[in-house]
Design a protein around this ligand. Structure first.
Ligand code: FAD
Length: 317
């Protein structure tokens, strides 16, 4: 079932989660361990992130370093199929532009279609460490909006090789990312919103936001989206803190602010158990306010650690 259908049928705010594939060499059990504790909240869908290749350096006995390419967290599509099979809920693969040619994207979408997956979160992806800025593949997409256009064309039965004569259409529901605190590359907030609107105008049917800790950022974001005619559901993305080090790591990686009150409370915690207590209290207040405001769904970035999310959600549902 499509995310938009889940949202339309919901009688109250839904709960959903995002998980990431385990490091290569770990089994599927770690995925189930991340999902099992949260199934009691009846998530209608679970997102599975996509992780592109990285460069690693292998040291030879001679001391020489060899540059190798590896994907440390493969398995997005397989995990989605496993989730659908085991839990009977929808699994949403993230699909990115980075590292994919148009042909590879088309083939990936065909795999998803054959598996009966009818939702995708369409993203650009970030630059890899060796790149200063994001660089698309020679025949790849530069922006998520280009990827959306390709998915929409497949939904219309149009493939890259038009001479094939086959035109089985897919029926993907397309979600996209939005940034209440602005995407880090955008010159300003309004400019970022303009491109977000383009994604929606091209066919995106819902937005999932980057994590935020201050609800006023989300409310402002939703208001400004509505003012420029973005009328699709906007799902808030929430990341409960679990460690003290995230005070600096999350702003660095995700370009978001941690409010002063929360940062101060975490800074005086004597260990990570104390951090989790603060995070639960903050998360409960945040979730209650979002639910009261009519947020369609609370989408938790669990990052494989369901405990704090479980503690929050069990207090607000
Ligand atoms: P875009 O929408 O393409 O925007 C990128 C930048 O370009 C923005 O600054 C935008 O303002 C600007 N822009 C957009 N369109 C145009 C245009 N046509 N012309 C000029 N400028 C333009 N990354 C992963 O690698 N894997 C994941 O699984 C993953 N999941 C995510 C899930 C969520 C909910 C979120 C919020 C992010 C996720 N990311 C993931 C991170 C995401 O890939 C990065 O934030 C990336 O830098 C931007 O992706 P985007 O789809 O928002 O890009």
């Amino acid at each position: 079932m499509k995310v938009t259908e889940h949202l339309a049928q919901a009688k109250s705010t839904l709960i959903s989660f995002e998980i990431l594939p385990p490091l290569k060499g770990q089994g599927i059990k770690s995925i189930y361990d991340a999902i099992d504790p949260l199934m009691e909240f009846n998530p209608p869908f679970v997102d599975v992130t996509y992780h592109r290749e990285e460069y690693v350096y292998k040291r030879h006995p001679t001391g020489l370093l060899e540059k190798q390419t590896t994907r440390k967290r493969p398995g997005t599509v397989g995990i989605c199929a496993a989730i659908i099979n085991k839990y009977g809920i929808d699994a949403i693969p993230h699909i990115i532009c980075g590292g994919f040619s148009r042909e590879e994207t088309e083939n990936a979408l065909i795999d998803l279609n054959f598996l009966g997956i009818d939702n995708v979160l369409a993203l650009r992806g970030d630059q890899i460490k060796s790149e200063a800025i994001f660089e698309p593949e020679p025949d790849g997409h530069a922006y998520a909006s280009d990827l959306i256009e390709q998915i929409v064309r497949m939904n219309e039965g149009k493939y890259l090789n038009e001479e094939l004569g086959n035109n089985a259409s897919s029926d993907f529901c397309i979600g996209v990312a939005g940034y209440p605190e602005k995407h880090f590359e955008a010159p300003n907030f309004k400019n970022d919103l303009k491109w977000l609107k383009k994604k929606v105008d091209l066919g995106a049917e819902y937005i999932v936001t980057q994590m935020f800790f201050d609800n006023s950022k989300y409310f402002d974001f939703v208001r400004q989206c509505r003012e420029i005619g973005i009328d699709v559901p906007i799902i808030p993305g929430l990341k409960p803190l679990t460690t003290k080090s995230q005070l600096t790591i999350l702003p660095k990686i995700f370009h978001i602010d941690i409010p002063e009150d929360l940062a101060d409370a975490v800074a005086v915690c004597k260990d990570n158990d104390a951090v989790k207590e603060v995070a639960i209290e903050w998360g409960v207040q945040q979730a209650k306010e979002l639910i009261a405001s009519g947020a369609p769904c609370l989408h938790y970035y669990t990052m494989g650690k369901p405990d704090v999310t479980k503690a929050i959600v069990s207090q607000v549902l």
